[in-house]
Design a protein around this ligand. Sequence first.
Ligand code: PEP
Length: 261
Amino acid sequence: MTRKKLIAGNWKMHGSLQQNEIFFKDLLSMSENLSKKYNDFYNHLELSLFVPSLYLFQAQNFLANSAISFGTQNVSNQAENGAFTGEISAKMLKDFAAKYTIIGHSERRQLLGETDEFIAEKFFILQQNDIIPILCIGETQKEYEESRGIAVILQQLNAIFANPKFDKNNANFVIAYEPIWAIGSGLAATPEQVQTTHLAIRKRLQELNADLAEKVKILYGGSVKPENSKQLLNLPNVDGALIGGASLKANSFLAIAESIF
Ligand code: PEP
């Protein structure tokens, strides 16, 4: 089975109505050119943008009639709307047609103290609302240097897989392996490092269910740029990329997408 690549842009806390409008217009015209250049373009990949929640409505307005999907970078851990000041529920994201939502990004784990258990609550709430969670996992520089990277990410995954709510027949989730030391550093993991870790993740999925392991996408994230994307995106078990900095301009985001061809 070939898994379609997912080329996902994480804008983090960037953007403005005006900047986003320029981005979406560029993205729509440039992606249309690419889909003419490669006439089976969207059979090979999906483009998706993860905007600050406040701009989801704008993303929907620009992208709803295109092949490009969109979502947000976080969701509340509360299943029902209610007295949770400042939170945004999965039901609200669904109202604006979010297809995916990123959860467990290392910036939220590290800056806001999000735990594996808290992230697991969000994972299951998203699945219940038919929004596909993109679960970010990854080790710190220290853990990497102590050769504990794979143990750390397997533990992060286990917070989901060992949860009684986990349904091993539901392949509606994506895993994004993002070594923390590679995020925003300009220094991506090497192809060998990426391959070793993605294979360990795939094997863990196979232990759960062979069919699930065939379907679940494993993205790599951490300083993916047009200069290194061809090497990284064409590795076995790399089903796409989660892209921060290079997703803020339509041309670099799409240059990464084009590198799969
Ligand atoms: C990210 O934010 O998930 C990310 C990988 O960032 P960058 O591409 O800028 O390293």
